[in-house]
Design a protein around this ligand. Structure first.
Ligand code: COA
Ligand code: ZN
Length: 314
């Protein structure tokens, strides 16, 4: 049996947080359902941020509630603080994705507080979540933004990333994601840092990758992460994305291309690429003025392409 790689869709959060055009709620749901029909099992459906700050997510409650009605889907949501965690937990979201930047400058820009304050807030969130009965408690993920460099501060030392990972692990998260927020990473840095962080946090915490393709190395970085044992990847349909509070940020790695890479390397994703590519039509309709990315969508699957689980492409 082929080993599993989980490709998580973040287009409905990272993909659209930097886009002024508000995607109507019904289209967000159609997008989620189309990806679920293609086999995607984990979707970050919204962000519990102040609606005044990002009007794109003014419908976060409704999107979450409706997404939770879709059987077998893991519904995740981003939250920047305890208030966001309370909003998500009240709805019964399956995973809460917190974010702290390793770079002090990006953290200040993004969440208007120091990294020390963000880590203290994570501690409060972990304590709050413990008050929820275990069977209803959302999993807690902490993304470490700018782990591979920052457009405000430049180089981010690996030692500092490892130290943040250790502190976050000690607080008691279920998952950590190393994020290349602005596409400074390269395959060597990916291999080195994921290996060091895995060693530092032990085997019980999921270690996920969140990459942006700003300088064209996104897919190479995924391959490098797979090499060192990473099996959970965030990605965005059509390669939309970017942090509104990180200068120069661009789109995430493309979900379709990551699935293609994983399957071509012999890992099962459970995802049907033709159905996934067809789901792009919804994004096109919702955001007609946005540039959409993706090589598999452009070129099609290779003739005779077989999935890792031996399914043949139509
Ligand atoms: N959801 C809804 N409302 C929230 C909120 C949340 N998660 N967090 C704070 N608020 C409200 C407060 O209640 C307060 O409302 P009021 O003015 O009516 O009293 C107001 O927002 C300001 O609250 P405050 O705690 O002072 O927040 P802030 O203005 O310092 O902003 C963050 C801090 C973290 C909320 C904001 O910077 C943020 O959301 N950043 C996220 C950026 C992001 O999404 N980046 C991309 C993903 S990494
Ligand atoms: Zn991102």
């Amino acid at each position: 049996m082929a080993e599993f790689i989980e490709v998580r869709e973040v287009g409905l959060r990272d993909g659209i947080q930097n886009i002024k055009t508000v995607v109507p709620t019904d289209l967000k749901l159609a997008w989620i359902k189309a990806e679920v029909a293609a086999g995607v099992r984990d979707i970050e459906v919204c962000s519990f941020v102040p609606p005044k700050l990002l009007p794109q997510f003014a419908d976060a409650e409704e999107v979450t509630r409706r997404a939770l009605g879709i059987p077998s889907l893991t519904v995740a949501a981003l939250m920047p603080n305890l208030k966001g965690a309370e909003r998500g937990a009240a709805l019964g979201v399956h995973r809460l994705d917190y974010v702290v930047s390793v770079s002090e400058g990006h953290n200040l820009n993004n969440v208007r507080r120091s990294t020390a304050e963000s880590l203290a807030d994570l501690q409060r969130i972990a304590e709050f979540l413990k008050t929820i009965p275990a069977e209803k408690r959302p999993r807690l993920l902490c993304g470490l933004a700018t782990s591979f460099g920052c457009t405000i501060e430049g180089n981010v030392p690996h030692d500092r990333v490892v130290s943040f990972a250790e502190q976050v692990a000690a607080i008691g998260v279920d998952e950590i994601a190393l994020a290349d927020t602005v596409g400074f990473g390269n395959p060597n840095a990916i291999r080195t840092l994921f290996t060091r962080v895995r060693k530092a946090i032990g085997q019980n915490i999921v270690l996920a990758a969140h990459f942006h393709d700003t300088r064209g190395l996104g897919i190479a970085n995924v391959a490098a992460a797979i090499d060192v044992g990473v099996r959970h990847f965030d990605a965005s349909l059509c390669g939309l994305g970017g942090c509104p509070f990180a200068p120069g940020a661009t789109g995430n790695i493309v979900t379709e291309d990551v699935v293609f890479l994983a399957e071509a390397l012999g890992f099962n994703t459970g995802i049907d690429l033709e159905k996934l590519v067809a789901a792009r039509k919804i994004v096109q309709e919702a955001l007609p003025n946005e540039a959409l990315y993706g090589q598999v969508a452009k070129a099609g699957l290779p003739k005779g392409f077989a999935y890792a689980d031996a399914r043949k492409a139509a």
